[in-house]
Write a protein that binds this ligand. Sequence first.
Ligand SMILES: [Zn+2]
Length: 496
Amino acid sequence: MLYDTLIRNALVIDGSDTPGYRADVAIRAGRIERIDDLRDARAVEDIDAAGRVLAPGFIDVHTHDDTVVIRQPQMLPKLSQGVTTVIVGNCGISASPVSLRGDPPDPMNLLGTAQAFAYPRFTDYRAAVEAATPAVNVAALVGHTALRSNHMDDLLRTASVGEIAAMRRQLRESLEAGALGLSTGLAYANAFSASTDEVMQLTEELAAFGAVYTTHLRSEFEPVLEAMDEAFQIGRHAQSPVIISHLKCAGAGNWGRSPQVLAALETAAKSHPVGCDCYPYAASSSTLDLKQVTDAHRITITWSTAHPHMGGRDLADIANEWNLSLLEAARRLQPAGAVYYGMDEGDVRRILAHPLSMVGSDGLPEDPFPHPRLWGAFPRVLGHFSRDVGLFPLHTAVHKMTGLSAARFGLKHRGEIREGHWADLVLFNPQTIRDVADFNEPQRAADGIDGVWVNGVLSYREGQANGRREGRFLAREGDLRQGFSPSGSVRWRVSG
Ligand SMILES: [Zn+2]
């Protein structure tokens, strides 16, 4: 038996939230064929991985990589972290199905300029991803704001009966073509006016497909508990799982409330499939939102169409230089992007450590001066939070970015190291893995990643992409409700 690849002597952390074990792993035809003592076996490529950890490739459940997977398919910011699958279409914004009548409305502009939106149907997007063959696998949600922009002349009101019917039709077509579910971004002005009832009616399409509802809550500030209640109400009405996006307690007036927020999540989980994702930083990033302009914490500008050279500078400095108030300066910079240092480190840790939370980067690949989560989120959880801070064991860190994520989004035969699964794998040094990207130099690859395999093909090695791109489009498979345990206990196992 000649295998394609043999990875010998690694500590296998298999994604199931159990401690690692030493084994040899053999890959053939894109899949993990054997996990055993394979000292007599041979392979085309034979790797001694003593001292290294072999884990399932990381699944970035929260991305805005919709158009970059097509335009920059090498996907270096993600591949270099060990990410092998990205889920796009979060926060109500997706590249498809979209037919623009001008510039993309905020915050769809986070995905690119009008030229980037070339997919009027979900099937067009899927075909474009397949033609581009990005270096990572891609699965996609449909954005509520995207649907609104297709069918409404004014986004600052709730949708009419006819508009809801048109959005439902487009959502249903997308689900038939393999979309994972519907995402909303109710905090953003262009979705905020949508009533709960509008969203509930749209989500009535989900149950027949076993699809999921993900939501950037209507508020992450003081009304966060009310916003969570709304999300759970929508999910119960839809009979669909609810994933709360980048769960946090935002704004200085809200710090220290993570125990309440997590208690609400746990209570909901007792009777309904719910979960959340989060990124491992105490600063957020998005478009520059005038409602979030405050002197209670630092804000930096990441891009500005009106004043491009202000990227990377503090809003307070800019306001000072212009002799304007923070709000006036922010208004003059529009349209723009920002980093808000608006979270408490204790809240970030509590949410990240919670058994219901997955890791998602929320990275913004279009940003010329991006939040460092784009290049660093996953190594930061493994190196900083697991190894250095001791927030949780390494196998739990891995589970939050692999097995748990694959279960929640129904990514079959991925997310765990098992015989027969796709060989999406990452080999790393547990002593040296760390995020190098920071707020001063945000576009730097992580240390400690030795190799990344996507569908069995080595695509990144020792700090370099090698040009191989083996990612696939992952259409929704089966009923996503099965990836949540009904009891609210958080462990989940692949059957058989
Ligand atoms: Zn969001």
